[in-house]
Design a protein around this ligand. Structure first.
Ligand code: ACM
Length: 713
């Protein structure tokens, strides 16, 4: 199997790299030789190693408490699992006898907070690793780095000698999980908290209410969860369990109760707080809907006061998120009483009415000792400036808030449900490169949050939409701004992704499991090959060809496809290498030929699987497309190899073929098309290319292929 061979070669290369790196002296701030993610503020490697074997022992020095000890225990169990070594349980008193010494100065904040000191340092000597941290959360961050330092070679497991000083660039580094569009049970939340801790994220933004579901138990207003959730909600005990679990990992939990829009599920039980008479049902479709709270009725604020007060007791974080996004205002426009109210208060438009509503909610939150977080739309001069604006609209919107004195976090560019590759998110910085903010204004940008909106994810697929891409965003929010090399990020991400599986995350195992169900057989290798070259359609194009509601199964080919098609990037690199590395042209050519021949020849096996799997009917065209474009790529390579240019009309015919193949089918796109386009253009431009040095070919071909590539993406 080709994929088997690729995996083996990649594995051999990894072993070779790891082995080589340990023997050689590493450059002081070399990021090309480790698998740390996020990259620390400062890393220095020295020659030599600390051996990890069954004599591994841990000592705790300085401050110690149950949270620290259980974090160490968890780390040690993971180390055991990874190495297969069995270590003594518990801790040793004599730190000289320990392989890992954790020296912590204080407990830190009792409840994880924005002001937590998360810094730590690590010194690895041939005798032991010393992890030093001012707080327990700092030590928890350092333990994750420690686990990422483990390498192996023929002599066994070891840690390279290193000196690390680390602290986050941003204080607020979060993940939003929408548990409303689709229900996500506690175990899903917990395993994702583990993943978050592994990449040093510190905020779970729990989106708990929506048109499609009210997901938290309210004892004061039980019709909220009883009538608004299909019985799928978190009990208050569940919530406490999740908060405790997050605290153990140094993660804050901020609930979002979206209002006044995105609120249909509230009105199923309490239609009297809506702006139009009921009855209401839980919304099953996705989009922006009319039902909106009535901001003119005191009953609305009475309910909100009671409910938010109850939630303020349940959630210990000092912040509470009130949403505020995408209120279409239709119910307000159509309600004469609301129009009358606006006139009487001098509120000139719906934005002003929403600002009035937000001020009332802000006062309620203040009474319950919470600070407000909301989406861009809540920005209004009448709100106090201890609120935090979460920007889904962009850096400019965030900067505007910062200029007006508001703290903010960026989510624009970090929407995981857009299904963009990791490199896209990685390139987005909370502070624009051309930012004209003063130092004081810049300090108001607290960080960012990735958003996992739930329309197209369920407990089975959610991990695969969060991971491993979230690790790249986590690095953006933790590491120095200068850490931006996407190739190096992908090199490390491949290993990080495998390590994340230790925590029970299912993003890696998800693909084959889903393909087996689709094909009803273990023989899924041809389908895997197809999945490796396609990606789900991007942004909100999903759901157009195949209308989807909360009730629609998420078990199609598109649900198995990864946001970063596994074969696309390596293929593109191979094409680049062949076009730019003339001395080794034949080596690159031959490996490209093998890959393309496998894609071309997969058609028969794929046709057989599709014929007996009606769920794949929608994908029937893909094997032919793949075979045709792979054949075109092989022809291009033959021309390039022989030095003979193709006939005049060949180029246009092949590019037309690629354009057809690039069109989404079954809500996936073949993403090897841009690299194939380069091959076709290189062959067609052969006479022109021959007049320039071979080192310039790849660049020239990229230029020629670029406009079309933009269309495809
Ligand atoms: C949002 O995407 N409406 C926050």
């Amino acid at each position: 199997m080709r994929t088997g061979i690729i995996a083996f070669v990649a594995f051999a290369l990894l072993i070779f790299t790891v082995k080589g790196s340990a023997q050689e002296e590493r450059a002081a701030t070399d990021t090309t030789n480790h698998y740390l993610m996020p990259v620390p503020q400062s890393v220095r490697f020295q020659p030599g190693r600390l051996i990890i074997d069954s004599s591994f022992k841990v000592a705790v020095k300085g401050h110690s408490d149950a949270r620290l000890k259980s974090a160490i225990e968890r780390a040690v169990r993971r180390l055991e699992g990874r190495t297969g070594l069995e270590f003594a349980r518990g801790f040793v008193d004599d730190s000289n006898a320990a392989t890992l010494v954790v020296q912590c100065q204080s407990a830190g904040k009792a409840i994880p907070s924005l002001d937590e000191d998360e810094s730590y340092s690590i010194e690895v000597s041939p005798k032991q690793t010393l992890l030093n941290a001012p707080t327990v959360v700092g030590a928890i961050r350092g333990l994750e780095t420690f686990l990422q330092l483990i390498e192996g070679d023929r002599e066994g497991y070891f840690i390279p000698l290193a000196s690390i000083q680390d602290r986050p660039r941003f204080r607020w580094r979060g993940l939003l999980i929408d548990a409303c569009r689709h229900w996500e049970p506690v175990e899903v939340i917990k395993r994702n908290l583990d993943g978050m801790a592994a990449v040093k994220l510190n905020v779970l933004h729990w989106h708990l209410t929506e048109d499609q579901g009210f997901r938290v138990e309210s004892r004061r207003f039980p019709k909220l969860h009883q009538m608004g959730s299909d019985g799928l909600y978190y009990t208050q005990d569940d919530v406490r369990e999740v908060i405790a679990y997050a605290r153990e990992r140094g993660i804050r939990v901020i609930p979002e109760f979206d209002m006044p829009g995105h609120a249909t599920s509230w009105f199923v039980g309490y239609p009297e707080i809506a702006s139009a008479p009921g009855p209401y049902q839980i919304e099953r479709h996705f989009g922006i809907f009319d039902p909106t709270m009535d901001p003119t009725r005191e009953e609305t604020y009475k309910l909100l006061d009671g409910f938010l007060g109850e939630m303020a007791q349940l959630f210990p974080d000092e912040y509470m998120h009130i949403g505020g996004d995408e209120n279409n205002g239709k119910q307000w426009n159509q309600n004469p009483k609301i129009q009358e109210f606006m006139k009487s208060k001098g509120l000139k438009d719906n934005h002003a009415l929403q600002a009035y509503f937000n001020q009332r909610v802000s006062a309620i939150l203040k009474k319950h000792e919470k600070k407000m977080v909301g989406w861009d739309e809540i920005l209004h001069p009448d709100l106090p400036n201890d609120i935090v604006i979460q920007s889904w609209r962009g850096q400019a919107s965030l900067a505007e808030g910062a200029k007006k004195g508001y703290n903010g976090i960026l989510s624009f560019g970090y929407y995981l449900d857009y299904i963009f590759p990791a490199a896209y998110h990685y390139a987005v910085d909370p502070i624009a490169a051309d930012s004209n903010l003063t130092a004081q204004e810049t300090a108001r940008i607290l960080g960012g949050e990735a958003c996992m909106w739930g329309e197209y994810v369920n407990p089975e697929t959610i991990d695969s939409r969060i991971w491993p891409r979230l690790a790249a965003i986590a690095e953006r929010l933790w590491s120095p701004r200068s850490v931006t090399d996407a190739d190096d990020m992908y090199r490390r991400l491949a290993i990080v992704s495998v390590r994340l599986e230790e925590l029970g995350l299912k993003h890696e195992s998800h693909v084959d499991r889903m393909l087996r169900r689709i094909a009803q057989t273990h023989q899924v290798a041809p389908l895997r090959m197809l999945v490796d070259i396609v990606e789900p359609v991007k942004v909100y194009n999903r759901g157009q060809a195949h209308p989807t509601t909360q009730m629609t199964p998420l078990t199609r080919l598109v649900d198995a496809a990864r946001p970063d098609a596994r074969a696309a990037r390596p293929f593109s690199k191979m094409v680049d290498a062949m076009l730019s590395d003339a001395p080794r042209f034949e080596i690159h050519r031959d490996s490209l030929r093998r890959t393309l021949a496998e894609w071309r020849d997969a058609r028969l096996a794929l046709d057989v699987i599709i014929a007996r799997s009606p769920i794949l009917n929608e994908a029937a065209q893909l094997p032919k497309d793949l075979s045709d474009i792979a054949t075109a790529g092989l022809e291009a390579i033959s021309y390039l190899s022989s030095g003979i240019a193709p006939p005049q009309n060949w180029r246009d015919a092949k590019l037309a073929l690629l354009d057809e193949a690039a069109k989404p089918k079954a809500e996936v796109q073949i993403v090897i098309v841009p690299a194939l386009r380069q091959l076709i253009i290189a062959a067609a431009e052969l006479p022109a290319l021959k007049t320039m040095p071979p080192t310039d070919w790849a660049k020239r071909v990229r230029e020629l292929a670029a406009p079309k590539r933009a269309e495809v993406n």
